[in-house]
Design a protein around this ligand. Sequence first.
Ligand SMILES: Cc1cc2nc3c(=O)[nH]c(=O)nc-3n(C[C@H](O)[C@H](O)[C@H](O)COP(=O)(O)O)c2cc1C
Length: 266
Amino acid sequence: METTIYYFSATGNSLDFAKKLASQLKTKNLQAIPEIIENDTIQCNSDRIGIIFPVYAWGLPRIVNDFIEKLRFRANPYIFAIAGCVGIPGKTLKVIQNILQKNYADLDAGFVIKTPCSSLAKKNILDDIIISLDRKKKHLKTGDERLGEIVSVINKSNAHKPETSSALANYFGSIFHEHATDFFRKASLDFEVSDKCTGCGTCVRVCPKANIILDGNTPKFSDNCEFCHACIQWCPEFAITHPNFTPGKEQYRNPNVRVKDLVVNA
Ligand SMILES: Cc1cc2nc3c(=O)[nH]c(=O)nc-3n(C[C@H](O)[C@H](O)[C@H](O)COP(=O)(O)O)c2cc1C
């Protein structure tokens, strides 16, 4: 059975899990979503299709939403998705199911795994409200803890209902997701680049939206940001910041992933 796994990853957590899963499922077909997102449609003829990505603001990153809308396949593939998050997945996997159903397919299995936090943004009142509404977050397990179970479900092509947060957290999360996504899109216009920047261009290379160019030695940002933090977290000098960041919070990168693994714009 041929399996293709698509992933989106900014700080490496999703890629790390995608690699572990690919090894267990004995597939070498691992495809980064940013590399193909500009295609009008994305054709996949595999029997099994996986999608691995981080949760952003209780929902789908824009790039993953666009990818699923463009995805085309042969009749009846087995489709699974894995959402990585710190604690609140919202109803992200149900959103994937809805998009697939509009394309006459379905999400056969949807899992949530707990990951370290990639975001440097300050928590706000909405975060506090939604976190307090989500009683399931304490029970989330890491990808390493769930790998065997997930592999077993997929290998048997079993159904596994998309996992979500509690109903109230899902309700409020989905309302606020749209607003957060609008904020994310333009967030890069407020990025500040300190004089530690050496103009090395790492930020340009890892940006999944090609939203950054080098003007001389200085990164310049457009208004098509995913707010994925790749440019900030992989900057060797930690030179990019945003007024909304938590003071003193340290850079985060998944320890099993290298910057070269995430380069989109070579
Ligand atoms: C902009 C942004 C928004 C996030 N929103 C959520 C969220 O709503 N719920 C959650 O549990 N984690 C949230 N996270 C945490 C990420 O989902 C998590 O750290 C993920 O593992 C990052 O994956 P990656 O390393 O593959 O990029 C957010 C991270 C970022 C950068």
